[in-house]
Design a protein around this ligand. Structure first.
Ligand SMILES: [Zn+2]
Length: 332
């Protein structure tokens, strides 16, 4: 179990999470590692000092994976877990997850800490580009539900208490959840902490009436980053679209929950705006060049055909004339 200070470190780092994920992508494993192949995961761990912890770590992983699959209605093909000998590559983060690459980076010292569950919970966001308020509160509420699943009442209470204490400590500070988006959030610490606390209770209330196992598939149906569907394509899914999709998967009232935490409720009956035309990417440009090349070839073939027909006609005309001339001479 992590200390509160460690937990706060994760949370304070959260607003820049997506940006950090991009920058961390492609980070190479340090030399001197060993590999363990699990059923649907691989652990790459330091060659020295981790062997005695590997078994416990595998027990944790084998328990959290099926939970998250069920919680987020997703099936994981294969997850890569990099156990790091130090946290240098993580910068200010305790741990991180590269969601599209199904990869988790976790320092060896946190192999049995809550950070493991938090990062696995993030993997349920596969193919979705979500605002920080959604991603972080989802991961933290998912951890809480996992403790419930384990019937770990003390851990559930500690989790709730941590956020309740922050809510109380900053009760006079106004949270700014709808603005808690990566790259945008430059909140002072007290606003950040209050926002994280409010987000947690908001997401808890939302998932009480709209299960995440329905919300995430609905968002993937409408805003999957790989299908180019929806008005947002590669951008972060807007607050309005999230509210409407959450509302779409439940008959219970979710608008009042969002409203309570400062969101404006959109008109969900309005038709979504059509997707803007995509900017042609390099492969498309290549395809387009190939097409135009095909067109030129086609024109060339057509011209050659016309020329052949003309030449053939001239030849037939010439032969006809020659025969006529020969016959005329013969008759003479
Ligand atoms: Zn997180």
């Amino acid at each position: 179990m992590k200390t509160q200070k460690q937990k706060l470190k994760i949370l304070l780092a959260a607003p820049a999470l997506l940006a950090a994920l991009v920058f961390c992508a492609g980070a190479a494993n340090a030399a001197g590692t060993k590999q363990y192949e699990g059923k649907n995961y691989t652990v790459i761990y330091p060659a020295s000092g981790f062997d005695d912890k590997l078994q416990d770590f595998n027990v944790e992983i084998s328990s959290i994976i099926p939970f998250v699959e069920s919680y987020g209605a997703i099936k994981f093909d294969h997850i890569k877990i990099n156990v790091l000998s130090n946290s240098k590559q993580l910068g200010i983060y305790t741990a991180d997850s590269l969601i599209e690459q199904m990869t988790i980076n976790i320092p060896a010292q946190y192999y049995n800490a809550e950070a493991v569950y938090h990062e696995f919970c993030h993997l349920a966001q596969y193919h979705l580009s979500l605002p920080a308020w959604f991603a972080e509160s989802h991961a933290e509420v998912c951890v809480r539900r996992y403790y419930e699943h384990l019937k770990a009442a003390d851990a559930v209470k500690e989790h709730d208490d941590f956020y309740a204490q922050n809510q109380k400590k900053y009760e006079n500070v106004q949270s700014r959840i709808p603005e808690d988006l990566p790259k945008v959030n430059k909140f002072p610490d007290d606003v950040s902490i209050k926002s994280f606390a409010d987000e947690y209770f908001m997401m808890k209330a939302i998932t009480n009436v709209a299960p995440m196992a329905k919300i995430l598939p609905k968002l993937r149906e409408d805003f999957d980053v790989t299908t180019l569907k929806g008005p947002h394509r590669y951008d972060i899914i807007s607050n309005d679209n999230i509210i409407c999709d959450v509302n779409a998967v439940t008959s219970k009232d979710v608008f009042s929950i969002f409203q309570k935490y400062g969101f404006k409720i959109p008109d969900c009956s309005a038709k979504p705006k059509p997707a803007p035309e995509p900017v042609p990417a390099a492969p498309n440009a290549a395809a387009s060049a190939a097409n135009s090349s095909d067109t030129s070839t086609g024109i060339l073939i057509s011209l050659t055909g016309i020329l052949a027909v003309v030449l053939l006609s001239l030849m037939i005309f010439g032969i006809f004339k020659l025969i006529k001339f020969a016959l005329a001479r013969f008759r003479k």
